[in-house]
Structures are given as structure tokens and as C-alpha cells.
Write a protein that binds this ligand. Structure first.
Ligand SMILES: Cc1ncc(COP(=O)(O)O)c(C=O)c1O
Length: 378
């Protein structure tokens, strides 16, 4: 799955000196004062020993306050919030807590590669529902058709990696109706919640009937550009949070003590900071999309996240995997073949994903290098 190709592509980036637009991490760290807050916590001996299992109270309160401020949720920080090792552990712990061997979990594909691994670790079966170009909108009839008596969980990710789709309120309402009708749980991965350019992010937990059946997951990685700190969280009903915490206890027990203090401070940053997250990315999205289109890529402009999905057929390639393997040598750029995010690889055979969470000059350099794949003129 994805892990192999990420490792292969990152290694290629190093050996060829390519611009790495493969993995989704920014090339600039988050706010200086937040980094200083982590340093201060270490120096002052806050969080250097095992923090509480659910996370330090300051961070749980800050997460609850964030959910209130942006979405109007009233959460009890002691019973409805759990701090995890990034969203990745939250996803694994949630799926291990909620799925039994033989259960089915439906996920819209393409999907973040840990979903498949976590469903497999739970002994359950993943059932993909494919998002298709050009708009990658969820096919809700296909979702309905995928539900069986064994279905237990719908895995949702909006804003969506890698397509950049942001589910509309109407689409989320339909997913919620199906979940209620079939008594399903929804694991909602919202790590790109503050990276929306077109539309708005609506947590599915806010819809009727969903508060008690949704595991809401997010993380500090993307919002605050500290992907290496691995501070994530789960919010939900006390019953759901207890179930996830019980699994987390035996996966990692606790984590990231001093970083938890820093992220508690980060979550309280003013609205202007949050606005800047998407605000800073938007011109990069347009610059990079326009540049790729001018070279000849078919570009699917994302409504959210920091990924762009393209199709390389107009460049004369049928296979995105082959394109990505050759690209570092031909052009000095690394990208990821989207087929690694699919079970149904044929659905994305010619698609390639670029991450644009990079400095403007890095994006400009990448575009200059990508001129090497421009098809020869008539
Ligand atoms: C959809 C999605 N979920 C979760 C994660 C991982 O988040 P974290 O670094 O907090 O574990 C990523 C990272 O790329 C992602 O794209």
C-alpha cells in the first residue's frame, strides 16, 4: 500500500535531488511561539513524565473550546475528549474499539492508507465506495448499496485526502441518514478541517442523530504545521470516548507530554491564525494548479486540503505509477501515484497527486522542472 510507495519516492527524492511533492508535510514549521511553548514546557518540567491517559486537562479543555468556538459543540473535556498520537492512532484505536472480526467498514476510496491497515488489524473487511473524476463527488446510491447486515462503520474523511473534495451539507446529511437508518457508527477524519477554500467544513457529528454515533478525529499536524509532534484527538459521546481510550491505553498508553502543553496554547490562537491556514494555501493552490494545467496535466482543482490530483494522460502517459517512477529522473520532481490510495486501482490508473504545502519558490522551481514533461508541440 501507500507506505511502500512513500518510502520509495522519498528515497528517490534524496538520491536524485528531486523536489519532493510526495508526502503531505509543510516545509515551514508552525508558529514560533508554539515551538517556544514546547521548549518552555520541557525546561519547566511540564509533561516530561507520563501525562494523564486521556491527555493533560489543559489540552482537553482547549480541544473542547475549539469544538465550541468553530462548531458550537458542548463537550465535557473530562468525558468526551481523548488525546492521541496524531490522528493516525485515533483512527486505529477507534476502529479497533468499534469493529469486531467479520464486521465491514465502508470507506470512500481513494483513502488515507492507515484506514486499510487499521480495518485489517481489527479483523474486519473494508468495503470501498469509489470517488470518480472529474469532481470526485460521493455516490450516495453506491454508499447505500454497499451497506450490508455486517456493516458497522462508515469511515469518512472531509476535507478529503487526496482528492481535495469537501463534502457538502447535503451529502453529509445523506450519509448521516443512512448511518441512522442502518444503525452505523461514523469515524470522521477531519484533519484538514481548517484547509477549506471553497465551501465550509461541517462536522457530521453536528447533524441530527449523529452525536452519539460519531467518532470525530482531528490533529494538530496540519492545522499548526507540526506534523512531527503527533498530537491528535478524538471527541464524541462519553461511551465512544471510553471505548477508544480503552484501546489507546494498550497501544501507546500516553504520549507527547510537553507538546500537549504547546498545542493547548496553539488551539487558543486567534481567529486570524485559523483564517491564515487556508488563506496562505489558497494562492499556492491556484498558482500550482494553473502551472500544472499550462504544462498539460489535467488538473482537478481541490476545494480543500493541500493536495492536487491530476491526470497524466494528456502528457502521453497511461500509468501514473510509471510516470511517478520516471519523474524524479526526467524532471527532478517527486509525486505520488493516486492508485496507491485505491483498492480498485483501475479507477485511478492515470492519476497523480502533488502536495502543495511548500514554499512559493519551491513550487515555482517544481513547475520549472516539470516543463520537462510538457508534450512536444505540433
Ligand atoms: C486523511 C488523513 N488522516 C490522518 C492523517 C494523519 O494525521 P496525523 O499526522 O495527526 O497522525 C493524515 C496525514 O497525512 C491524513 O491525510
Amino acid at each position: 500500500m501507500g507506505t511502500t510507495i512513500f518510502a520509495e519516492m522519498s528515497a528517490l527524492a534524496v538520491t536524485t535531488g528531486a523536489v519532493n511533492l510526495g508526502q503531505g508535510f509543510p516545509d515551514v514549521d508552525g508558529p514560533r511561539e508554539i515551538a517556544e511553548a514546547a521548549v518552555a514546557a520541557i525546561r519547566e518540567g511540564r509533561g516530561n513524565q507520563y501525562p494523564p491517559g486521556a491527555g493533560i486537562p489543559e489540552l482537553r479543555q482547549a480541544i473542547a473550546a475549539h469544538q465550541k468556538r468553530f462548531y458550537g459543540f458542548d463537550l465535557d473535556p473530562d468525558r468526551q475528549v481523548l488525546v492521541t498520537v496524531g490522528a493516525t492512532e485515533a483512527i486505529a484505536a477507534a476502529l479497533l474499539a468499534l469493529l469486531e472480526p467479520g464486521d465491514e467498514a465502508i470507506a470512500f476510496e481513494p483513502y488515507y492508507d492507515s484506514y486499510a491497515a487499521s480495518v485489517a488489524m481489527a479483523g474486519a473487511t473494508r468495503v470501498p465506495v469509489t470517488l470518480r473524476p472529474p469532481d470526485f463527488r460521493p455516490d450516495l446510491d453506491a454508499l447505500r448499496a454497499a451497506i450490508t447486515p455486517r456493516t458497522r462503520v462508515i469511515l469518512l474523511n472531509s476535507p478529503h485526502n487526496p482528492t481535495g473534495v469537501v463534502f457538502t451539507p447535503g451529502e453529509l446529511a445523506r450519509v448521516a441518514e443512512l448511518a441512522c437508518e442502518h444503525d452505523l457508527l461514523v469515524v470522521s477524519d477531519e484533519v484538514y478541517e481548517h484547509m477549506v477554500f471553497d465551501g465550509t467544513h461541517l462536522p457530521i457529528a453536528s447533524l441530527p442523530g449523529m452525536a452519539g454515533r460519531t467518532v470525530s478525529i482531528s490533529s494538530a499536524a496540519k492545522t499548526f504545521s507540526f506534523t512531527g509532534w503527533k498530537v491528535g484527538w478524538v471527541t464524541g459521546s462519553p461511551e465512544i470516548v471510553t471505548a477508544v481510550r480503552t484501546v489507546k491505553q494498550f497501544l501507546t498508553y500516553v504520549s507527547s507530554g510537553p507538546f500537549q502543553y504547546a498545542i493547548a496554547q496553539a488551539l487558543a490562537l486567534p481567529d486570524s491564525y485559523y483564517a491564515s491556514v487556508a488563506g496562505d494555501l489558497l494562492p499556492k493552490r491556484d498558482f500550482f494548479c494553473d502551472g500544472l494545467a499550462a504544462i498539460g496535466f489535467e488538473v482537478y482543482r481541490p476545494a480543500g486540503t493541500f493536495f492536487i490530483t491530476t491526470d497524466v494522460r494528456p502528457l502521453g502517459y497511461a500509468d501514473g505509477m510509471q510516470f511517478c517512477r520516471e519523474l524524479p529522473h526526467r524532471a527532478g520532481v517527486v509525486a505520488i501515484p493516486s492508485s496507491v490510495f485505491y483498492d480498485n486501482v483501475e479507477a485511478a490508473r492515470s492519476q497523480v497527486r502533488f502536495a502543495f504545502c511548500k514554499k512559493q519558490e519551491v513550487l515555482a522551481e517544481a513547475l520549472a522542472r516539470l516543463e520537462a514533461v510538457r508534450p512536444a508541440g505540433p
